[in-house]
Design a protein around this ligand. Structure first.
Ligand SMILES: Cc1ncc(COP(=O)(O)O)c(C=O)c1O
Length: 362
């Protein structure tokens, strides 16, 4: 079976070397040596002011939303074309998601559609950099400034991505990352928040640690969002080869693009100045063709994925918040996009086979 992705596994001896140190330290979690080291190295690699590691990308989103003490029921304008965690975080924080349509080329929130959804109770925009492709950060910030909104980026897919030659994580008020096993950079499970403001960093440290200030003092209802030492050493090992990983992804991505260039498929419009090639989304002329290709691949043991189908707004517990006819581009993207397998050690012969199956079915 060829899966849509496979986790990057570091050199086992390097991992064992770190593991032995954990055994010596007998310090497994609670801001240990290796989490601190990983944070330091990630800040440097990603060129960001501050980065705080947490358990996973969903907790990172919830902490980002907790930072501002929005009143329950406050509206957060967000995208329906994302992984379900983006909306779940809003709902779990007792906030109200308001869905705006996406741009049909970039698959990211369209600032003009966001502006149409602003109401007196709107407090923030939560936008995903879909497949790692930078959102219209300038357009969204302009709206945020005009209406005094916070901008939170779900940058789960955007590790190492740059926009106009600077880290995409440096835009908005806070960005969240996921280091899940399937991501370009993984700590098995894991995530982080990126901020540029010391007061926010301080609050994130509290929020990921139950709200504890000291042994006898607790000042807010925080979560347990602490990354453990085993997650951190996986990250330290994987970080060593991240440039090579992205380079290998790029060559596979380009092989697909070249192979499918004269067919009826379209590709996402990439706005990054440095991209991470985290996914290989391909857009078909209609849902029938997309599903036909997906099924044909499956018959050959190749598991492409319909990310993100169904749309978040199609789930019953979310439907309540939405008038579906206002999300035309998102509905189209959910119906026509298929993510093809992409991971560093996917061999080009297999990619050629996938390209042939795609072409024979459109
Ligand atoms: C866009 C997006 N947001 C949030 C998440 C949640 O991250 P995690 O799985 O680390 O909780 C994911 C992926 O899993 C994602 O793809």
């Amino acid at each position: 079976m060829i899966y849509v992705t496979r986790p990057t596994m570091p050199d086992i001896n390097e991992f064992i070397g770190y593991t032995k140190k954990i055994w010596q330290n007998r310090w497994l979690t609670n801001h240990g040596e290796f989490v601190n080291l990983l944070e330091k190295k990630l800040k440097h690699y990603l060129a960001v002011a501050d980065l705080l590691c947490v358990t996973n990308g969903t907790i990172a989103l919830q902490i980002a939303l907790k930072l501002y003490d929005f009143k329950p029921g406050s509206e957060i304008i967000t995208t329906p074309f994302s992984f379900i965690a983006t909306t779940n975080a809003i709902l779990n924080e007792k906030l109200r998601p308001v869905f705006a349509d996406i741009d049909g080329g970039t698959f990211n929130l369209d600032p003009r559609q966001v502006e149409k959804k602003i109401a007196p109770n709107t407090k923030a925009i939560l936008a995903t950099h879909v497949y790692g492709n930078p959102s219209d950060v300038v357009g969204l910030q302009r709206i945020a400034n005009k209406y005094h909104l916070k901008v939170i980026y779900d940058a789960a897919h955007a590790f190492g991505v740059q926009y106009k030659s600077q880290s995409i994580l440096n835009f908005g008020d806070v960005s969240t990352l996921s280091f899940h096993a399937t991501k370009v950079f993984n700590t098995i499970e894991g995530g982080a928040l990126v901020v540029r403001n010391a007061a926010l960093s301080k609050k994130i440290k509290l929020l990921r640690d139950f709200g504890i200030v000291s042994e006898e003092k607790n000042i807010l209802a925080g979560l347990n969002g602490k990354m453990n030492e085993f997650q951190a050493i996986m990250g330290l090992c994987n970080l060593d080869s991240i440039d090579q990983i992205i380079k290998e992804r790029k060559s596979i991505y380009e092989h697909y693009v070249e192979g499918l260039a004269n067919s009826k498929v379209k590709f996402q419009s990439i706005t990054a100045s440095r991209y991470n090639y985290s996914y290989m989304p391909v857009c078909f002329v209609n849902k029938h063709k997309r599903d036909k290709v997906c099924n044909a691949l499956l018959r050959h043991g190749i598991m492409a994925r319909k990310y993100f189908y169904p749309l978040i707004t199609d789930f019953n517990y979310v439907k309540y918040f939405v008038r579906r006819n206002e999300l035309k581009n998102a509905v189209l993207a959910a119906d026509t996009v298929l993510c093809l397998p992409l991971y560093p050690d996917l061999n080009l012969g297999t990619v050629d086979r996938i390209i042939r199956i795609v072409k024979n079915n459109i």
